[in-house]
Design a protein around this ligand. Structure first.
Ligand code: BTN
Length: 129
């Protein structure tokens, strides 16, 4: 069925995992993000995410945005914005663009503090049995 709902477990092409729980009636949601890659190359920890989804109107696919605080291992912050699509076979895809803001030590370093990129997420099925 065409759910157009963000809740559940998702994986992107970097092999990062995101679990969105608790999508509220007003579209606010939260969850956890486990990134497979890090700026420093070290070990990542599950990091909290918070966002908002547009109320799915008639027809169109909903847009959403969320932020991830990597505060357990990094001073950086990422903001994602995207849209949810479902193809005729029922396959759900979240296409997103992100801004990754790294903490730099001074205003002179501000120019290099933000990266931009794209991530595509697909729903990760929970295996039964
Ligand atoms: C850090 O390394 O300081 C924080 C982790 C950043 C992970 C980035 S966010 C955008 C991109 N998509 C992912 O799934 N991971 C990287």
């Amino acid at each position: 069925p065409e759910e157009r709902k963000l809740s559940g477990l998702w994986r992107n092409e970097l092999d990062s995992l995101m679990e969105i729980s608790a999508v509220r009636d007003n579209g606010d949601f939260q969850g956890k993000y486990l990134t497979r890659v890090t700026l420093a190359g070290g070990c990542a920890r599950a990091s909290p995410l918070r966002g908002a989804q547009q109320q799915p109107g008639e027809g169109g696919w909903p847009t959403f945005a969320f932020t991830v605080r990597w505060d357990k291992f990094s001073n950086a912050t990422t903001a994602f914005a995207g849209q949810c699509f479902v193809d005729t076979g029922g396959k759900e895809t979240l296409t997103t663009m992100w801004l990754l803001r790294e903490a730099v030590g001074s205003l002179e370093e501000d120019w290099k503090a933000t990266r931009v990129g794209r991530n595509v997420f697909t729903r990760k099925r929970i295996r039964k049995g």
